[in-house]
Design a binder for this molecule. Structure first.
Ligand code: PHE
Length: 381
């Protein structure tokens, strides 16, 4: 009898230990676990590094101020190497193994589109700080973004081309396997021609190509007044140099994917002089909110924040706010609170999440001068 009682006691004690261990594992001790997937390496490494820094800064500040729901936040970051397939692997790991309660990622739309379905089917809220392709958030009701979308960005650059650059005959160069690039080109074609512009030539490339001379030569033959390139900085750097080499002298213009300090590296500094791109925020903005963020960021990272750093910082703040309002780490409750975010003051401006789980915000256009990005104008939605 004594033995039996002892055994029973021993068994229930073990069960209790297992239970504790499991629930600790789920909640990461007392910490709230937040997942992040980013391209820390690969051909768009500055996207991931910047957004990671911005997010890390937000989490650090929230923790210094006491955390959320009386608990500290813990960020678990995974590098997807800039690949959609690796994205699926790491997002699955964050959700199934690490048991994160929400996910922040990615910058590039194609990779957000790879990660989002996993978050959606696991009922884990995901916020992309910077993906602008509309299809990302239409994947489901757990997927949010805190930036504008590309139909707006295309309108911004159509208006800018016609009214500020005063160009009407434009060629378009498209990264054909990149959802962001093809989507933006489709929107631009539609809006620019509706506004009275003319597309004189369209050419395609694939990210990672090294030789763009054939496409650029075909474009040159049509004598455009400017070339719209909705692509990422690594390719645009090479494209700009080769355009000048074959004697194309017209301005090039593009979109937020250009934003990286690496855009103007080497000969591209001269090749891109006087060119323009649209993005989310300008470091020249004199508002104390923007300047204060730049100061904090520079103190910590010894470099200037770019748009992705600003946006990821805001994504961290908004997620924390939603967890706080939910009063709970339950995915469904957090998602409901994310949908109700209205006039939230971020470092990228006032953020309101609309019915499609997107943010409606102004865009800025920057001019490239001496390899630097200089504020040109703001275009409101
Ligand atoms: N908007 C781009 C995309 O959807 C990513 C990006 C955002 C790049 C901000 C630079 C700055 O792919």
């Amino acid at each position: 009898m004594k033995n039996l009682l002892f055994n029973l006691f021993f068994l229930s004690f073990t069960a209790f230990l297992v239970f504790c261990f499991n629930s600790c594992n789920k909640s990461g001790g007392n910490e709230i676990l937040i997942g992040e997937y980013a391209s820390l390496t690969g051909s768009e490494a500055t996207f991931g590094q910047s957004s990671h820094n911005g997010l890390e800064l937000a989490i650090e500040e929230i923790n210094k101020n006491g955390g959320i729901l009386g608990r500290q936040l813990k960020l678990i970051t995974e590098d997807n190497q800039g690949k959609p397939s690796e994205t699926q692997t790491v997002v699955q790991k964050l959700i199934n193994r690490d048991k994160v309660i929400a996910v922040i990622g990615e910058v590039a739309s194609s990779r957000s589109k790879a990660g989002a379905p996993i978050c959606q089917s696991s009922k884990i809220p995901m916020i992309t700080p910077a993906s602008t392709n509309p299809e990302v958030t239409s994947i489901g009701d757990y997927i949010f973004r805190i930036c504008f979308i590309d139909p707006f960005q295309a309108t911004v650059m159509s208006k800018f081309a016609l009214n500020s650059m005063k160009v009407k005959k434009v060629a378009v160069l498209i990264d054909q396997k990149n959802a962001y690039s093809t989507g933006l080109a489709d929107n631009f074609r539609k809006v620019f021609t509706e506004m009275g512009g003319e597309i004189v030539e369209e050419q395609k490339y694939s990210a990672g190509d090294k030789d763009f001379k054939a496409q650029l030569t075909a474009i040159k033959a049509k004598n455009p007044e400017a070339i719209f390139i909705p692509g990422y900085y690594t390719d645009v750097n090479l494209i700009s140099i080769q355009a000048r080499e074959i004697g194309l002298t017209c301005p090039l213009f593009g979109s937020d994917g250009w934003e990286s300090e690496k855009l103007t590296e080497g000969k591209a500094k001269d090749a891109l002089e006087g060119c323009f791109f649209s993005t989310h925020v300008s470091a020249d903005d004199p508002s104390p909110i923007v300047q204060n963020f730049i100061k904090k960021y520079q103190e910590k990272y010894k470099s200037k924040p770019d748009a992705m750093a600003f946006l990821a910082y805001d994504a961290g703040l908004i997620l924390s706010e939603a967890i706080k309002r939910a009063g709970d780490t339950n995915g469904e409750k957090i998602k409901n609170e994310l949908g109700k975010i209205k006039d939230f003051q971020g470092v990228t401006g006032l953020i309101t999440i609309n019915d499609q789980r997107n943010a409606v915000k102004p865009a800025v256009v920057l001019e490239i001068k001496d390899g630097k990005f200089v504020y040109k104008e703001t275009i409101a939605p």
